[in-house]
Design a protein around this ligand. Sequence first.
Ligand code: PLP
Length: 385
Amino acid sequence: MASLMLCPMVIPYGRQAVDEQDIAAVVEILRGDWLTQGPTVREFEDAFAAACDAPYAVSFSSGTAALHAAAFAAGVGPQDELLTSALTFSASANCGAYVGATPTFADIDPGTWNVSVETVAAATTDATRVVVPVHFAGLPPPVREIRERAGDRVLIIEDAAHALGARTSEEKVGACKWSDMAMFSLHPVKAIATGEGGMVTTRRPELRDRLMIFRNHGFDLHPPAAPGGWYREQVELGFNYRLSDIHSALGRSQLRKLDRFIAGRNEVAARYRDLLRDVPEIGLPPAAPDRSLHAYHLFVITLRDGAEARLRLYDGLRKRGILAQVHYLPVYLHPYYNRTFGYQPGLCPQAEDYYSRCLSLPCFPTLTRQQQDQVVEAVREIVTS
Ligand SMILES: *Cc1c(COP(=O)(O)O)cnc(C)c1O
């Protein structure tokens, strides 16, 4: 049924895996009393926190709303800088601009495509109050080392939108042992889907409270004793960023399959590595170090011959119904960032070089072996012709 939405000949770069159990879980909510603000939201949050080894998880209507709330909870504002990776989706940086801070950018390490301790240190100024390390493609960045270098001078918000289900040698992503908060997206291309949705995990109860206040119009969690049970006080300027019970039921059902989904993504990645390792025209993505686990939100190859070869491959794959994608234009090269903050090309040379030659191949748990072969054959044919 679901494949009716896309022509069956077409292979997208990512897609959700929704089964009958997921559908039944949502239908059960539709027949019940609570479509939103009911018990399923909390159940999903508790299951999510447990899956990440974190004490608290707060859900949001999107990953972007979750990042906005995290920037609010961090207490940053005008005069402050929020430092993130040049290589990420705009939302990682936009959250700083939402609260009036200036987004700034650290270059990537070409060996990991993540920020490194050195690139973060080089881009840190006296005004840097928050660092947002991104788990690009699902590979964890060196959060512990960034914390050890920066101490408590900065708050760390991990953008783990790509990395639900990933692990370092020391923690599950989202456990927040060395960060203040970790943010996740529940968009259909990500590890688990709620439709739209996001989550923030934290170990700090005061941050959890601020996140919860922000997603519900800024209303206090604990109304003062007053005559009349209706009395509530708005103590901050918040939004309606709540996740519904409908979304939460889907998320809770999907979460039970997280390990299987990540294993499936790792199988696809291992197979691509195997079948593409002898193609000199392309480079393979950084692998996870020992005793850690890559979430493979993306499987990105690079074209030795640069932008022209990449365009030829992108177009050639599209002609064959394979919808490869480019992740990402370095954020500061977007016109908004140039116009608002004056950023110019050349700021982060490694991210720009990566951008000129990268291409994300289809990678998701329900990608069949036959489809993987189809992708590999097409890549070989196009890059060697
Ligand atoms: C998907 C994504 C987001 C935003 O999440 P949404 O749920 O789409 O709002 C933020 N950061 C990164 C790196 C992402 O890939």
